[in-house]
Design a protein around this ligand. Structure first.
Ligand code: NAD
Ligand code: FE2
Length: 414
């Protein structure tokens, strides 16, 4: 593999991991000079008793400064409300206890309170922040987004049906705490889809345009852990070692993609989530094989290399070189099939299989043109190895809707 002429890699997050890592919180806050943190969470996480565990471990957290109003995919208005709460109570740090929706909300709140801003949108896009923010402690409760170590926040404007991205090294949390107690309560369906989000970060990191030797090292280590432990965590939710391994795999995948960026899978996935409200992880699981197929001719060697991390040296050696990349795609599809079976069908394998809360199809075929159009506005397309336009987006979405492999002969080679 040729080394890139230039690349950057940054992950200045203090990482604490273990079966009882949360007990470190008082010491960590004191080191940051913080006395009055605002704890941000959502109702699912609070209802699972996870904030109580954090509060007990942390000793003196003020129960009046716990807010559980974060909705799925975060929300612009909620960010502004929480920023007001922070300011009215003269808080001096943020603790995010939750999945990507909560951690990204906390990042948004941190922008508003640190910049003393009235509109978060003034900071959207990449590079708008110019100075450090307030101390942020991220406690992930899903093993998925890796937001605890990424320079990215994704926040939805529910009124406009748009997901907005924010990117800056200043968005990296100061501290990330990976504690196995935080993911033990995740039901199999959420474990499966958030785990496939992490897998999509690691895999896209391996083929996207900003990939480099450091992002590769993190991504390949992530693929090994996630591929080995995701089925175990779904089969046996109380397996603490599998949970911690998943948390570390998701974190490594976050470090990888935060530096190499993501591509088509996230590009189309963000648009599907915005237009049809499909959870991010489920979009990633469904679209991942298509991202691999679409980019195969540009990144065959990198994709083939994933086989070693997934299946080990014996299968890698036994598989003829020209079949290794295809074998990776088959193993990802097989993993999705297994997760489908283990979650009573909730882990959908095609866009047409996804159901909304009332059990009705969540992605009508007629919505595909709107999704293909919305994807044109998403920054992730910039880092995909092969170019994409509206027709390409629609072609991939059609295949993913039907659940059929992509007709690679139709991919325009740029
Ligand atoms: N910032 C980044 O780098 C980045 C990367 C990928 C995705 N994202 C964003 O993250 C969001 C998705 O985050 P997510 O996939 O972690 O899901 P989520 O935060 O939306 O949580 C999903 C559901 O799981 C519940 N839950 C979470 N942890 C639980 C636990 N331990 N036990 C029981 N229930 C639990 C929550 O209450 C919620 O109902 C999307 O908006 C996506 O765009 C951000
Ligand atoms: Fe993701």
């Amino acid at each position: 593999m040729l080394l890139p002429d230039y690349y950057e890699f940054c992950c200045r997050v203090k990482l604490i991991a273990g079966h009882d890592a949360l007990e470190k919180i008082p010491e960590l806050l004191a080191a940051k000079g913080a006395r009055k943190p605002l704890i941000i969470t959502d109702k699912g996480v609070a209802g699972a008793g996870l904030v109580d565990i954090v509060s007990r471990a942390a000793g003196k957290l003020d129960p009046n400064l716990v807010n559980d109003s974060v909705p799925p995919d975060s929300d612009l208005k909620v960010v502004h409300e929480l920023a007001k709460l922070y300011q009215e109570n003269a808080c001096d740090a943020l603790i995010a206890v939750g999945g990507g929706s909560v951690m990204d909300t906390a990042k948004g709140v941190n922008i508003v309170v640190s910049e003393n801003a009235t509109d978060l949108m003034a900071f959207s896009g990449v590079g708008a922040l110019k100075r450090p923010l307030k101390p942020l402690v991220a406690v992930p409760t899903t093993a998925g987004t890796g937001s605890e170590v990424t320079q990215v926040a994704v926040i939805k404007d529910h009124d406009k049906h748009l997901k907005m991205a924010f990117g800056s090294y200043f968005l990296l949390p100061d501290i990330a705490i990976l504690d196995s107690r935080m993911t033990l309560t995740m039901p199999p369906f959420i474990t499966a889809m958030t785990g496939m989000d992490a897998m999509s970060h690691a895999v896209e990191a391996c083929y996207c345009l900003q990939k480099n030797p450091l992002s590769d090292a993190h991504a390949l280590a992530a693929v090994s852990l996630l591929y080995a432990y995701l089925p175990q965590a779904v089969n046996n939710p109380s397996d603490r070692d599998a949970r911690l391994s998943m948390a570390i795999g998701a974190c490594l995948a976050g470090m990888a993609f935060s530096n190499s960026m993501v591509g088509l899978v996230h590009n189309l996935g963000h648009a599907t989530g915005s237009v049809c409200g499909v959870p991010h992880g489920l979009c990633m699981a469904i679209l991942l094989p298509y991202g691999l197929e679409y980019n195969l001719h540009k990144r065959e060697e990198a994709i083939a290399g994933l086989l070693l991390s997934m299946a080990g040296p014996h299968i890698y050696k036994e598989t003829p070189e020209e079949q290794r990349a295809q074998k990776v795609i088959s193993l990802i599809r097989k993993l999705n099939d297994d997760l489908h079976a283990k979650t009573g069908g909730r882990h959908a394998r095609s866009l047409s299989e996804v159901k909304d809360r009332d059990g009705k199809p969540a992605v009508p075929r007629e919505a595909l043109p709107q999704i293909a159009q919305a994807a044109l506005l998403d920054g992730a397309s910039v880092y995909n190895p092969e170019e994409t336009d509206y027709e390409d987006n629609l072609m991939v979405l059609e295949a993913a809707w039907e659940g059929k492999p992509l007709d690679r002969a139709k991919v325009k080679k740029g």
